[in-house]
Design a protein around this ligand. Sequence first.
Ligand code: ACO
Length: 451
Amino acid sequence: PENVGILALELIFPSQYVDQTELEAYDGASAGKYTIGLGQQKMGFCNDREDINSLCLTVVKKLMEKHNIKPEEIGRLEVGTETIIDKSKSVKTVLMQLFEPHGVTDIEGIDTTNACYGGTAALFNAISWVESSAYNRRYALVVAGDIAVYAKGSARPTGGAGAIAILVGPNAPLVFDRGVRGTYVKHAYDFYKPDLTSEYPTVDGKLSIQCYLSALDNCYQLYCKNVAKKTNTNIDLSYFDAVLFHSPYCKLVQKSLARLALNDFIMLSKDKRAVKYPNFESFNDIKLEDTYFDRDVEKAFLAYSKDIFAKKTDPSLLMASQVGNMYTPSLYGGLVSLIVSKTAEELAGNKIGLFSYGSGLASSLFSISVTKDSAQKSALDKLVSNLSHIKPLLEQRHKVSPEKFEATLEVRKENCHKVPLEPSGSIETFFPGTYYLTKIDDLHRRFYNRI
Ligand code: ACO
């Protein structure tokens, strides 16, 4: 099959949020730390009525309803998540409740986990399946979802929650470029979840930033090398119309775009640098691995890339700033943000770079070409128009005070793995179509209803 890519997207996020300015004050952090320092506006969060199963049920059901996809049209279903509620039973098997009643049980694929990278691993599996001998002309559906919560402290404002469903198949309006992906995987203890009784990660904040930036350097350079090999042209940031990143918080993304400009500088010969980057001679002999926290380098390249950021990356940060780090869906929430900021005409023909990072660590930089083929025009129009609800829905959310936010997280913490459980959280403000947990019985079996 040719032009394998994204046919449709659906994104969900919590119906309640805490305001980051209010949270700064409540936490006793200096004014501006979360909003300017981290670049976060609002943070979505879930009460004890929502878990990873309910989020994924909601997003899959919504995608299938909106796009009129019949259960028998799905041949592969993959879930990427790091929100683990069972060490054996996958979320995928829970999602089969949407298919079994229709007599559909022959769906390949299962869950994939490595921090925020699981969704990307699931997506790559789905692409491989469509391109393989096992492909049976049905769609692949990739689901990525997480509830990102941190213990009280400096990491807590970088939480979030949400889920995305990505319909994959041939002749798509958003086509995955072949043979150019750059991947970087290695062993690191930057962020991990060794305590299986807790939702909270163990995190070394500074190390996680260093790991993220070094993974970005490696993936980008490999991606550039692969494109050069394939097309016989050297590329730099100008190759992309949009550059999207996994977003732990928006400020790191702005620094990451600046980091790519730094990589462009490093990859250029010294004589060419002098022309393209006048006044940067003092950086001629720097080594990338010495500069993760180098203020001078950071400042210079942030300034250099300011306009590129505004044009190519900032439009992709709507979800990241308004909902927070969704973990596995974060990068794809960036794609949705980009799409809702543009018209189908503006998107047609665009080259989109995407950087996926999961602590531990696994990372890839890959790209999407938006079709400019008139045969695919109506598919692109449909993909874009089916996301028109996203911006208004963000505005319909309910603001909750930091006190109530903290109390809600305390309830989640107390109820984590407690059985039997009758959840007490309100379902009143949930958006229509939301699945929610009704009870967990004494055998840890979970039951759901839909609004
Ligand atoms: N006004 C404006 N800016 C401020 C203010 C203020 N009042 N106060 C602080 N800042 C700035 C700081 O200067 C800093 O800027 P810099 O990043 O340019 O240095 C920024 O706000 C953050 O302040 P720090 O003191 O560095 O924050 P802290 O160390 O308390 O926590 C951290 C930040 C480490 C990101 C923490 O939130 C965390 O651990 N998060 C989870 C881990 C994470 O997301 N890692 C990223 C990759 S891995 C992943 O995706 C999970």
